[in-house]
Ligand binder design. Structure first.
Ligand SMILES: C[S@@+](CC[C@H](N)C(=O)[O-])C[C@H]1O[C@@H](n2cnc3c(N)ncnc32)[C@H](O)[C@@H]1O
Length: 243
C-alpha cells in the first residue's frame, strides 16, 4: 500500500467493503434475524422512533443496505415522509429495491449508490438522517458524521445505531462468547463466507468505546448528543441534533 494517497487508500477500502457486503447480500437479512434473535428489528424500530419524523419531512438512511430502516420508517411515519437511502454495495441496493417494491407493499424510496464520506446530496436537504450498523464499516468516521451534518438542515435530527465494542462485565464474557462462536462461526457457516463474518466480528471489537464515539459526534458539531443502551448494552442508539 506504500505510495497510496489517503483518498486512494480510502477508495480501495470502500471497494473491498462494498464487495464483501455484495457477497453476503443474499443471506444478509435472514442471518441478521437469526444471529440477533430478531432484536435487530426492535433496535431499528427504536432508532426510527427517536427521529419523530412528520409528514412533509425528508429522511436519509446512510449505509441503507437492504432498506430495513426505510421499511421501518414507512411503517412508523406513513407515506407523508420522503425516504432516501444510499449505500456502497450494488447487490445490497438491489435487494433493497426488491423489498421496497414488493407487491402489496410498494414503499416509494429513492436509492443511490454512494459513499457515506461523500454523500451525493446537497447541503441541508434532510430533516432527519440515520445510519444503522453502518458507521463501524467506515474508516473515516468523523468524515461520515460531518457529511451527515452537512446534509441535515439546522435543527435536523441524527440517529446512529451500532453494536457496542464492550458491555458491562457480567454480560461481557457472554457477549464475547457470542461474538466468537455464534456470530463468527454460525454466520460464516450459513453465509458460506467466513471472511466476511470474521470481518464483522473484528469490526465490532475495533469500534471505539461508547463514551469516545459519543465525544466524536460532539466533536464534529452535533448538539444534544444522547446514548440509549439497547438489550443490556449490546447495541447503542446515539441521537443528536444539528445546532
Ligand atoms: C451491516 S450493513 C447494515 C445495513 C442496514 N443499515 C441495516 O440496518 O441492516 C452495513 C452496510 O453499510 C454499507 N457501507 C459500508 N461502508 C459504507 C460507506 N463508506 N458508505 C456507504 N455505505 C457503506 C455496506 O455496503 C452495507 O450495506
Amino acid at each position: 500500500m506504500a505510495g497510496l494517497g489517503g483518498k486512494e487508500l480510502g477508495a480501495r477500502q470502500e471497494g473491498a467493503i462494498g464487495a464483501m457486503f455484495s457477497a453476503i447480500a443474499p443471506r444478509y437479512d435472514a442471518l441478521n434475524r437469526l444471529l440477533s434473535l430478531r432484536r435487530d428489528v426492535a433496535w431499528r424500530r427504536a432508532a426510527i422512533a427517536s427521529l419523530q419524523c412528520r409528514p412533509g419531512e425528508r429522511l436519509l438512511d446512510v449505509a441503507t443496505g437492504t432498506a430495513d430502516m426505510l421499511l421501518e420508517a414507512a411503517a412508523q411515519c406513513g407515506a407523508g415522509v420522503e425516504l432516501h437511502g444510499v449505500d456502497l454495495s450494488g447487490a445490497m441496493l438491489e435487494r433493497a429495491r426488491r423489498k421496497l417494491r414488493k407487491p402489496g407493499r410498494r414503499v416509494p424510496a429513492a436509492l443511490l449508490a454512494g459513499s457515506g464520506v461523500a454523500l451525493p446530496y446537497r447541503a441541508e436537504e434532510f430533516d432527519a438522517v440515520c445510519i444503522a450498523f453502518g458507521i463501524r464499516n467506515v474508516a473515516d468516521r468523523a468524515g461520515a458524521l460531518a457529511e451527515m451534518g452537512r446534509v441535515l438542515r439546522p435543527g435536523g435530527r441524527l440517529a446512529v445505531l451500532e453494536f457496542a465494542s464492550e458491555t458491562e462485565p457480567v454480560l461481557g464474557g457472554l457477549y464475547g462468547w457470542y461474538l466468537r462462536h455464534v456470530l463468527l462461526r454460525l454466520g460464516g457457516f450459513i453465509s458460506g463466507n467466513r471472511d466476511a463474518y470474521r470481518y464483522l466480528h473484528d469490526s465490532v471489537l475495533r469500534f471505539p468505546p461508547t463514551p469516545a464515539f459519543r465525544r466524536l459526534i460532539e466533536a464534529v458539531g452535533f448538539a444534544q448528543v444522547r446514548v440509549m443502551p439497547l438489550t443490556f448494552g449490546i447495541a447503542n442508539l446515539f441521537t443528536a441534533r444539528k445546532p
